[in-house]
Design a protein around this ligand. Structure first.
Ligand code: 4NP
Length: 156
């Protein structure tokens, strides 16, 4: 399974989601190919935000080696799921994605049995506490995502 996590800048939420999904896949014994990207190009070539790196270190996950890139057209054919961190990014991805692959583009929280379809809040203008909360939220959503892949519940 190939997964792409997507946020705006690819320095806060989506690299954190990539690291958390990779860690959980390893724990559960899944083979998953993972990458992350941004809908915007502001931070292309940059490492993750130091606050994201720190928040994930508390979960024993190292994302310091990742590098930001922008989403490209090839991503829609290559990946099985393209997981948007919030609804603004979901809308932008849906605009870019060819019709035949729209089904791959999903809000990350849409796999949750709670079906709240909530955004992963953008922590960029926040503080360390916001990044800690982001990491906890992403951990829960990653569990819900893999739970759904293993035992699909009602589609949203
Ligand atoms: P991300 O957070 O989308 O989770 O990587 C942001 C990073 C940068 C900016 C906004 C959000 N920015 O405006 O530069």
């Amino acid at each position: 399974m190939k997964l792409l996590t997507v946020c705006l800048g690819n320095i806060c939420r989506s690299p954190a989601a990539e690291g958390i999904l990779a860690d959980l896949a390893k724990q559960r014994g899944y083979f998953v190919e993972l990458d992350s990207a941004g809908t915007a190009a502001y931070h292309v070539g940059s490492p993750p935000d130091s606050r994201s790196i720190r928040a994930l270190k508390k979960h024993n996950i190292d994302i310091s080696q990742l590098t930001a890139r922008q989403v490209c057209q090839d991503d829609f054919a290559y990946f099985d799921w393209i997981l948007a961190m919030d609804k603004a990014n979901l809308t932008n991805l849906q605009r870019l994605c060819p019709e035949s692959m729209q089904y791959k583009v999903r809000l990350f929280s849409s796999f949750s049995p709670l079906q709240t379809n909530e955004d992963v809040a953008d922590p960029y203008y926040g503080d360390d506490a916001d990044f800690t909360q982001m990491a906890d939220h992403l951990t829960l959503l990653a569990q819900h995502f893999f739970d759904h892949i293993e035992h699909p519940h009602k589609e949203v």
